[in-house]
Each structure stands twice: as structure tokens, then as C-alpha cells.
Design a protein around this ligand. Structure first.
Ligand code: SAH
Ligand code: DHB
Ligand code: MG
Length: 223
């Protein structure tokens, strides 16, 4: 029987072989733990997937919803060209403070900006200020608002851009049509929007690994 311990062992093998963390990433993880932030960042193999997707798009401007300690932010920001830019949105001032310090430690504080506040407000403000279109959006905050975040992402992303949603599986709960969990309802609404929206072309992929059983949804904005 293949169990969580097997998933973790394979993740350790892949991570050590393919995506060993360097000092700045390890520092970001440790600083988040030390500050009492929850251990819910993407794993190294997932972070590298985000990095590769950003390179493939290729992304010049990246938007992230949900920063935590900026662990995923560092993976994404490192995919940008020299004049690239990343904006990441975080509700909790304490998380934003850890994230800013981690980005500075990684030498990315000129590239990546953390905006504090409810992401729905920050997204509306970005739209109102006429921010240039983003090439990639990574949605990874409060799951109840996933469909709202996806709608804003559609407004803020260029044709041909990519939108990635984290944690769409939640150990399988997503398939429970009777769930009344706001996180599951928000994620199912976002997936239904990917399925029905004429400008979106997407899929969802289940993942297992060091952080259990979950998955990503990916949606390309039609050119
Ligand atoms: N992307 C990070 C993990 C983010 S965890 C990584 O993989 O490294 C989710 C984050 O979203 C938390 O820091 C939480 O404070 C933040 N968050 C929750 N609700 C939010 C909201 N309404 N607006 C912005 N951020 C929110
Ligand atoms: C949770 C949030 C995340 O973004 C994640 O990757 C894992 C778990 C959570 O809220 O439990
Ligand atoms: Mg997540």
C-alpha cells in the first residue's frame, strides 16, 4: 500500500536530486517557522514547478495572492528577467513583515513588492491604478475567495497568460458536491469558472508529496 510516508520519501529523493534548497530558500522557511507562521508554503518540487512555468510563459510581470513567508514568491521572482516585477498580496501584517525580510535576504526586495491588506481590496486597487497586465498569477490565499480572485486575475492578465490556483484537491474534499466548507465551495466555483469561461482554457492536476495530497488548477487566458 502506498502511503503518505512513501510520498514524502519520494519527495525527499526528488528534492535532494533535482531542487536542493539554497541558503535563501532555507532561510525563508526557517524564518517563517521561527515567527510561528503555519507550515503551508509550497514544497521545493512545487516551487520549482512554479518557477519553470513562469520561465515558460515567459513571465515578465507576476502577481501572487497569498504571500505567507514569501517562499513561493522567491521561487517565482527568480524566474523573472532583470527588469521583471512581482507583486504579492498578503492580509496579515506579521506575515508581510517576515516576507519582506525574507525577500531582502534573498536579494529580491527590488523585484518583489509585498502589498498588505485584504487581497480583494488590493486587486481592486491594482485595477483602478491601471497596473500593466500580468503574465502569470499564482492564487494561494483564503480559498473561499478563489472564484473572486480568479475573476480579478482574468481582468489583470494578458492574453496568453497563465493563472495557477493552489490547493484545489484538499485530500479529495473537492469532489464532494455536498460539502458546505467555504474553502471547498470557493474552489469548486473557481473550477466551474475555468470550465465555463470562454477566455479560459484549463485543467487540474492532483499531487502527492511531503505535504500530503492536494493539487493545482492551471488556466491559460486565451490569446
Ligand atoms: N504562497 C505561499 C503560501 C500562502 S499561505 C507559499 O506557498 O509560500 C496563504 C496566505 O494567504 C497566508 O499568509 C494568509 O495570511 C494569506 N491570506 C489569507 N486571507 C487573505 C486575504 N483575504 N487577502 C490576502 N491574503 C490572505
Ligand atoms: C492551507 C493553505 C495553503 O495555501 C496551503 O498550501 C496549504 C494549506 C490551509 O489554509 O490550510
Ligand atoms: Mg497553498
Amino acid at each position: 500500500m502506498t502511503t503518505e510516508s512513501t510520498w514524502a520519501a519520494v519527495d525527499t529523493y526528488f528534492t535532494d536530486l533535482l531542487v536542493p534548497e539554497d541558503e535563501a530558500l532555507a532561510h525563508a522557511r526557517r524564518a517563517g517557522d521561527a515567527a510561528g507562521l503555519p507550515p503551508i508554503s509550497v514544497t521545493p518540487t512545487q516551487g520549482k514547478l512554479l518557477h519553470l512555468l513562469a520561465r515558460l510563459v515567459p513571465a515578465h510581470r507576476i502577481l501572487e495572492v497569498g504571500t505567507l513567508a514569501a517562499y513561493s514568491t522567491i521561487w517565482l521572482a527568480r524566474a523573472l528577467p532583470d527588469d521583471g516585477r512581482l507583486i504579492t498580496l498578503e492580509f496579515a501584517p506579521a506575515h508581510a513583515a517576515v516576507a519582506r525580510a525574507n525577500l531582502a535576504h534573498a536579494g529580491l526586495d527590488k523585484v518583489a513588492e509585498v502589498r498588505t491588506g485584504p487581497a480583494l481590496d488590493s486587486l481592486a486597487a491594482l485595477h483602478a491604478e491601471g497596473t500593466a497586465p500580468f503574465d502569470l498569477v499564482f492564487i494561494d490565499a483564503d480559498k473561499a475567495n478563489n472564484a473572486r480572485y480568479l475573476e480579478w486575475s482574468l481582468k489583470l492578465t494578458r492574453p496568453g497568460g497563465l493563472i495557477v490556483l493552489d490547493n484545489v484537491v484538499r485530500s479529495g474534499e473537492v469532489a464532494d458536491a455536498a460539502s458546505d466548507d467555504p474553502a471547498i465551495l470557493g474552489t469548486r466555483e473557481a473550477l466551474e469558472l475555468i470550465a465555463s469561461h470562454p477566455d479560459l482554457d484549463g485543467t487540474a492536476v492532483q499531487t502527492v508529496g511531503a505535504k500530503g495530497y492536494d493539487g493545482f488548477a492551471l488556466a491559460r487566458v486565451r490569446a
